[in-house]
Design a protein around this ligand. Structure first.
Ligand SMILES: [Zn+2]
Length: 302
């Protein structure tokens, strides 16, 4: 009798071990566990984040990582976590540092982003990039083997909901916040938000000329209204909605200062030379400040 109980205990323990959710450190350096079955990867601080969300019906990937060796490392982690094939690959934007690695997951992964993503990816595609990358190092040459340009298979407008196994993914189009097609991904049950690159973590974002600060601020209001517990930015460590508050304060101050200088009769070039935003001297990506000033200047002209 005693032995039987002991065996039962052992069996329960073994099942527990086999089904225990993997810890991030088991997957290698650069992985962060957000919640059970949700892992974020960035090889270096500031790199684009790429993530896997496990479901009973197979994994969903969010963004395809900064560089091809990173994409293969994410795929290796996915294989450690599950033997089910990748179902969907959702992009938070169109730029290379989020989308170049699509081919590693697709097929069988179906790639999804907002309307206009495929056209923008094709416009931005440089076929010489494979050669340039391959020349970097033997590791990179190996990592780009088999590359194919894969554009999104599905483009949605405004909103899209995916029900997969026990999880729900709400895709929300963010207008004019970073690239030609930006998507926030909201997991309402888990209260995890993948926030694209409308806000990163303490760095000046490379603002393209079509970005509108009013739209960026509106996207923060929208994302905060979801009341997420965890926020995964397009670049930077996993955080909370405090990143939206930080950027909101930054853009308000920037627009105010640019407005005051323009009212004094200063030209855009003069403002770019003089305005330093010293309160943000510890933010990364300082080379992007002049573009931020240009976008702020455009926003006060109207
Ligand atoms: Zn980008």
């Amino acid at each position: 009798m005693k032995i039987r109980f002991w065996l039962l205990g052992l069996a329960v323990f073994a099942i527990g071990l086999a089904t225990a959710p993997a810890e991030a450190q088991d997957l290698g350096p650069g992985f962060t566990k957000v919640k059970d079955g949700i892992y974020v990867y960035a090889a270096k601080p500031g790199n684009s984040t790429c993530s896997v969300v496990l479901t009973e019906e197979g994994p969903v990937i969010i963004d395809a990582c900064q560089r091809p060796p990173d994409t293969h490392r994410l795929m290796a982690a996915v294989k450690k976590l599950t033997d089910k094939p990748v179902r969907f690959l959702i992009d938070t934007e169109v730029h290379n540092d989020h989308t170049f690695g699509h081919w590693v997951f697709s097929p069988p992964g179906v790639v999804i982003n907002a309307e206009g993503a495929g056209a923008a990816m094709k416009r931005g595609f440089n076929p010489k990039r494979i050669e340039t990358l391959a020349a970097e190092s033997p590791e990179m040459a190996e990592a780009v083997k088999g590359f194919r340009m894969v554009a999104p298979h599905i483009e949605y407008r405004n909103r899209m909901t995916i029900h997969l196994g026990e999880r729900t993914f709400e895709l929300i189009y963010l207008k004019n916040v970073h690239s030609e097609a930006d998507t926030a991904i909201w997991l309402p049950k888990e209260r995890v938000l993948f926030a694209a690159s409308a806000a990163n973590v303490r760095s000046f974002i490379n603002l393209r000329p079509f970005v509108r600060i009013a739209d960026v601020l509106a996207s923060y209001r929208l994302m905060k209204s979801l009341n997420p517990e965890m926020v995964v930015p397009g670049h930077g460590p996993v955080s909370t909605t405090k990143i939206f508050d930080e950027y909101e304060a930054f853009y308000h101050l920037l627009v105010t200062r640019v407005g005051e200088m323009a009212a004094q009769g200063k030209t855009l070039d003069q403002i770019k030379k003089e305005l330093k935003m010293p309160e943000y001297s510890d933010w990364a990506g300082r080379k992007n400040l002049p573009q931020n000033i240009t976008v702020a200047y455009e926003s006060i002209k109207k």
